[in-house]
Design a protein around this ligand. Sequence first.
Ligand code: SAM
Length: 245
Amino acid sequence: MQVSIFGAGRRWWSDVASRHGHLAAARQFLAALWEFARDSTPERRRQRYGDADYDWNHRVNTTSGAVGWRERLVGQFHSSYQPTEPAVFHEMLEGLQQQTRIDYRDFLFVDLGSGKGRTLLMASDYPFRRIVGIELLPSLHQIALENISKYQSESQKCHVLQSICDDATNFRFPAQPTVVYLFHPLPDAGLRRLIVNLTESLRHNPRPVYVLYHNPLLENVVLESPVLRKIAGAEQYSAYASQPT
Ligand SMILES: C[S@@+](CC[C@H](N)C(=O)[O-])C[C@H]1O[C@@H](n2cnc3c(N)ncnc32)[C@H](O)[C@@H]1O
């Protein structure tokens, strides 16, 4: 599946214009182009290579430094690739475990918007049944596949890892207990579609589902779901649990 810049921009425009009007869409479009230009400066490029420790330690490629201009431009209309910092990720996973006492062996881990797959590798330090990432951009998905095949760690507990190249808004949630991970993967309209799908899935198959939302800028969208309730909130993330309607 190829994602064209034109197609991504057109879909973005129709989502924003239908909710906020054409003038607001034009303003946001110019802001996105400006951000893309700023992000292309040598200084910003250097910053993107800044968190290379994880890659160095595990011999993988997960920083946002080497992401090409096409992917960065498409990212302005979806969400730009940025990997989760290991310390924050482990804080989220350990915090959820301590708070809920769930056994990760009963759960799938699903990252919607998984990029180069760093979270999939980090999640494999926990004994999940299976780990799945969904990434829109084929070039990032391809790198995730390479990372999964290369990754080696003495602390790895789950060895069933998968990266799928698809639009997360089409994702059909497996009818199993699941930890869903979101790191600002989608703009407003896309996140709404994703949360509606999850809500429908929980209505058809009530089950334990936890959502970890890193950088929860659109938390209001998640809280509109009648089947999710917030169970934790810290500076950088929020956690939600499924509940009966
Ligand atoms: C902020 S990055 C997070 C990457 C990864 N989850 C992590 O935490 O390391 C967001 C990712 O979502 C992807 N994305 C954006 N829109 C998407 C969509 N509709 N479906 C799937 N992935 C999407 C972007 O390409 C990007 O890789």
